[in-house]
Design a protein around this ligand. Structure first.
Ligand SMILES: Nc1ncnc2c1ncn2[C@@H]1O[C@H](COP(=O)(O)OP(=O)(O)OP(=O)(O)O)[C@@H](O)[C@H]1O
Ligand SMILES: [Mg+2]
Length: 412
């Protein structure tokens, strides 16, 4: 009797498992079909207004309302106020999007009090001065106080405006913006640094990009004082040029949202600064460019002496052989050799901002990022081989490796 009961219970268990397998198969099929649909490109996404049996009414960002069918696997899951992803012909819902809970999906981008300060920036004195002048007073109450003493009409104070940093890769654009947040934090005004890449905002879901902008600005205001750093802002301009009409509308919506957020009164944007950065300023949308108050060219080092200062700075951060470093600086004779190796490297950077009649053309051989990498490579090799310091030969070898890299021209 006992055996019979055991067998029956096992049989029931088996049937349950078989049902589970069947359900999982269905779920897998559904996932595959979503993947397939997503592969086909942009999905329209809208807000569910009403659910009636197997149908729902969904409003797309342009304001049109579609009656769409709810497939069996989503019955009971589609509710009003939810975001629904539609099939390309807008006939069916293919998925619903969980609304982000309290924590913003961008929250992980916030860096509180970054550990970079003005002391970490070599050269770029004029550029940094211009940059500080434009942004410090917005996030640092002491700097604002000084400003308020001079501006007798408070209405003149209310324009913060945004800043654009442009220049070749590795010259210190991101670094400069971070240093402002880091230095103001050191003075006791815990400034947050939020770095978002332009292409991260451009959503694959129609209608989401404008929402992304709204959420990012909301977050920047919540964690203020803050620097909202939008890197590779050219991605937004590019997306508008390259994509099909639906997506083009989406990017336009996003741009409009950006203009709205930037144009918000001083009360809302009181403690935050928006800094844009790009290597390709010519591609930035003209309407957005209009809102940018200050444009700063973050140039590469141009002279032998400027490059030397960078080497001095980074050499002082590693343990160096006695003949490599004198009084904490790179020995002149070693630098002569390094300069001999690097000076033949030729990089050209050309860029323009047509609406501001701005044009730059620079020829250079090395960027601050390259200098840092040369030193890091030499120190890594030394430590890997069990040597406790960087020798002259190691540094020369590392410089030679850089000189061997193929020539790339940053021409826009
Ligand atoms: N002026 C500088 N002084 C000292 N170090 C610098 C300077 N500029 C850049 N660096 C070093 O090079 C690294 C890269 O700089 P950064 O990321 O700011 O370049 P970028 O201009 O933003 O480049 P990209 O256009 O590629 O984003 C920094 O992390 C920093 O270590
Ligand atoms: Mg950068």
């Amino acid at each position: 009797m006992r055996r019979y009961d055991d067998i029956m219970s096992l049989e029931r268990e088996l049937m349950r498992k078989e049902r589970e397998i069947e359900d999982l198969r269905m779920e897998l099929k559904r996932c595959y079909s979503i993947i397939e649909e997503l592969k086909q490109g942009m999905r329209p996404i809208g807000i569910v207004h009403e659910v009636r049996g197997n149908n729902a009414y969904v409003e797309l960002p342009g304001g049109q309302v579609y009656e769409v069918t709810i497939p069996p696997y989503l019955l009971g899951k589609v509710m009003p106020e939810m975001d629904a992803v539609l099939s390309p012909n807008k006939g069916t819902i293919v998925n619903v999007v969980e609304k982000p809970k309290e924590r913003s999906i961008w929250a992980h981008k916030v860096e509180k009090a970054p550990r970079v300060t003005y002391e970490d920036i070599v050269g770029l004195e004029d550029e940094l001065r211009e940059f500080k002048k434009a942004v410090e007073w917005v996030i640092d109450p002491m700097a604002r106080k000084k400003r308020e003493q001079v501006f007798s009409d408070p209405r003149l104070l209310e324009e913060a405006g945004s800043v654009l940093l442009f220049g070749p890769p590795g010259t210190g654009k991101t670094y400069m913006a971070k240093a402002v947040a880091g230095s103001c934090s050191l003075r006791g005004y815990g400034t947050s640094f939020i770095k978002i890449e332009g292409y991260e905002i451009v959503s694959k879901w129609l209608g989401q990009s404008a929402k992304n902008i709204r959420e990012i600005f909301k977050l920047a205001r919540e964690v203020a004082p803050s620097i909202l750093f939008i890197d590779e802002v050219d991605a937004i301009g590019r997306a508008r040029i390259e994509v099909t009409t639906d997506a083009g509308r989406d990017v336009q919506g996003m741009l409009n949202q950006m203009l709205v957020e930037l144009g918000e009164g001083f009360d809302l944007n009181r403690n935050m600064v928006v800094v844009f950065a790009t290597n390709f300023p010519a591609v930035i949308d003209p309407a957005l460019m209009d809102r940018i108050k200050k444009i700063i060219y973050v140039r590469p080092p141009r002279t032998k002496d400027e490059v030397k200062r960078l080497f001095d700075f980074y050499v002082s951060k590693v343990r160096a052989a006695p003949d490599l470093c004198k009084n904490g600086k790179l020995s002149e004779s070693v630098y002569e050799e390094i300069w001999g190796i690097l000076r033949t490297r030729k990089r050209i950077y050309e860029a323009s901002v047509p609406t501001r009649q701005l044009k730059v053309r620079d020829t250079y051989c090395i960027t601050p990022r390259d200098v840092k990498n040369v030193i890091i490579e030499a120190a890594t090799d030394a430590s890997f081989d069990g040597e406790g310091y960087v020798s002259v030969e190691r540094l020369l070898e590392s410089a030679r490796n850089l000189a061997k890299e193929p020539l790339a021209e940053n021409v826009v």
